[in-house]
Design a protein around this ligand. Structure first.
Ligand code: KIV
Ligand code: ZN
Length: 519
């Protein structure tokens, strides 16, 4: 019989802990709506106490998501965290509080400065506290895979007795290997006397590239829930990738004996949405959602495919929602059709946002005959999810060529005042970036610069993604335009605007957001 495995998506919590991947509330709502379309079982919407933005995201997702997934907030095993999680979740139809504390001696000694018995007591106390608020409580013994199994089993038994309906076993530092991790889960299922009263879940990190393999080994050995993220984004090397787990189960349920309720056709749109919003570009050879995942280059393979698809295709691109880029709108499309299309893509925008995005679309449709869904994603990412801008690009003029030192003349509106400057550089992008740096006086460091074409053809929009670092914070900036120098300027300014915004609003950095130092 096929077992149904619960999919617990933590893109909005652990996924957001990726350096630079932070999302604003509107962006998180768009992702939550797409997760609901995917039919995930649980959305971990954030870590309510970690920042006002996280609180608001959990609250708004709780309000909006109806008739589908459980909405969950993370909480350290501390009174105020559990209380805050409940405040954010109050309006959820199906709320879950997820509380955690470490059980490994390494963490208890060096980070938590607690004895094993103190940690166990705290875990039980906080599960009971959470149960006073909600029926559905999940507990995670952090760093479980490096914990003494005998002690871990006692903690699991105690939290289940205290009312935890799900016990999640994290491989926090991505240290486990599949046979070992599978055996740990089997040990829990067989040796913890009340294990059958809870769902055993797993949460694997990808430091050794084994997160998906470990999750599958756990499922085979009795886990009933897996925690994962879209595109595998997350802390350090990331979390187990949802699309890989889901498609492995779907494609090989003959041997794995398990499946999920995921609407797999929504996988690719979810991947695009998360990648566009976070600026985390998906590597071309990434399984399931990479640009090459269904591209067959070898002549022998192409020959086989033409004769019979199953020769070289173990799943169809359509089954994961990869459809040929289709033309969505043209120059004469109206505002209504435009809004309708954005809604189908998962963006629900205010009138003002639709107007701004529509203006951009019209401008693009003038430059480019055909506007594809990917072009709209770029417009939305840039125009709609924009934070208030301290630096606005007014004009850009670049001279460059074989006989010419590249020079950029740029006009910016800086905090409402127009300023102009001209600088030269090693190439047109370098000249542009030097000029912007001089105008804004930024002390930041440009860590990476990636340019890609959004669709095919020489009139395609170029999409530029930059990673910029300043004062312990990394941000990702994005810009798109049919002119890649303009796209480059927009991406850099987008990153500088984010840094400026964070400075003013003091949103904690990824590490501080985790807030582990105050457990
Ligand atoms: O990796 C981890 O241990 C976590 C827990 C908070 C579940 O993210
Ligand atoms: Zn994690």
């Amino acid at each position: 019989m096929t077992r149904m495995i619960r999919i617990f998506d933590t893109t909005l919590r652990d996924g957001e802990q990726c350096p630079g991947a932070s999302m604003n509330v509107e962006q998180k709502l768009a992702v939550a709506r797409q997760l609901a379309r995917l039919n995930v079982d649980v959305i971990e919407a954030g870590f309510a106490i970690s920042s006002p933005g996280d609180f608001e995201a959990v609250q708004r997702i709780s309000r909006e998501i109806r008739g589908g997934p459980i909405v969950c907030s993370l909480a350290r095993a501390v009174d105020k965290d559990v209380d805050r999680a409940w405040e954010a979740l109050r309006e959820a139809e199906r709320p879950r509080i997820h509380t955690f504390i470490s059980t490994s001696d390494i963490h208890l000694k060096h980070q938590f400065r607690m004895t094993r018995e103190q940690a166990m007591e705290r875990a039980v106390e906080m599960v009971k506290r959470a149960r006073n608020y909600v029926e559905d409580v999940e507990f995670s013994p952090m760093d479980a895979s490096r914990s003494d199994p005998e002690y871990l089993f006692r903690v699991i038994e105690a939290v289940i007795d205290a009312g935890a309906g799900t016990v999640n076993i994290p491989d926090t530092v991505g240290y486990a290997v599949p046979d070992e991790f599978g055996a740990l889960i089997r040990g829990i299922v067989e040796k913890v006397p009340n294990a059958h009263k809870a769902v055993i879940s797993v949460h694997c990190h990808n430091d050794l590239g084994l997160a998906v393999a470990n999750s599958i080994a756990a499922i085979v050995n009795g886990a009933g829930q897996v925690e994962c993220t879209i595109n595998g984004i997350g802390e350090r090397a990331g979390n187990a990738s949802m699309e890989e787990i889901v498609m492995a189960l779907r494609t090989r349920k003959d041997v794995l004996g398990a499946d999920t309720r995921i609407v797999t056709e929504e996988i690719y749109p979810a991947s695009r949405l998360v990648s566009t919003i976070t600026g985390m570009v998906v590597q071309p050879n990434k399984a399931i959602v990479g640009a090459n995942a269904f591209a067959h280059e070898s002549g022998i393979h192409q020959d086989g495919l033409l004769k019979e698809k199953s020769t070289y295709e173990i799943m169809t691109p359509q089954s994961v929602g990869v459809v040929k880029s289709h033309l969505v709108l043209g120059k004469h499309s109206g505002r209504h059709a435009f809004r309708d299309r954005l809604e189908k893509m998962g963006y629900r925008l205010s009138d003002e946002e639709v107007n701004k995005a529509f203006e951009r679309f019209k401008h693009l449709a003038d430059q480019k005959k055909e506007v594809y869904e990917e072009d709209l994603e770029a417009i939305v990412a840039e125009e709609v999810t924009r934070i208030p801008e301290a630096f606005v690009l007014k004009s850009l003029f670049v001279k460059s060529g074989t006989e010419q030192k590249p020079t950029a003349s740029i006009s910016l509106e800086i905090h409402g005042k127009r300023e102009d400057r001209e600088e030269s550089g090693d190439g047109p992008v370098d000249a542009t970036y030097r000029t912007i740096a001089a105008l804004t006086g930024t002390k930041s460091n440009l860590e990476s610069y990636v340019v890609s074409a959004i669709t095919g053809g020489t009139d395609a929009q170029g999409e530029v993604t930059v990673r910029v670092h300043e004062g312990g914070r990394t941000v990702i900036g994005q810009g798109a335009d049919t002119d890649i120098i303009v796209a480059s300027a927009k991406a850099y300014l987008n990153a500088l605007n984010k840094l400026d915004h964070f400075k003013k609003h003091r949103k904690p950095s990824g590490e501080a957001q985790k807030g582990l130092e105050h457990v």
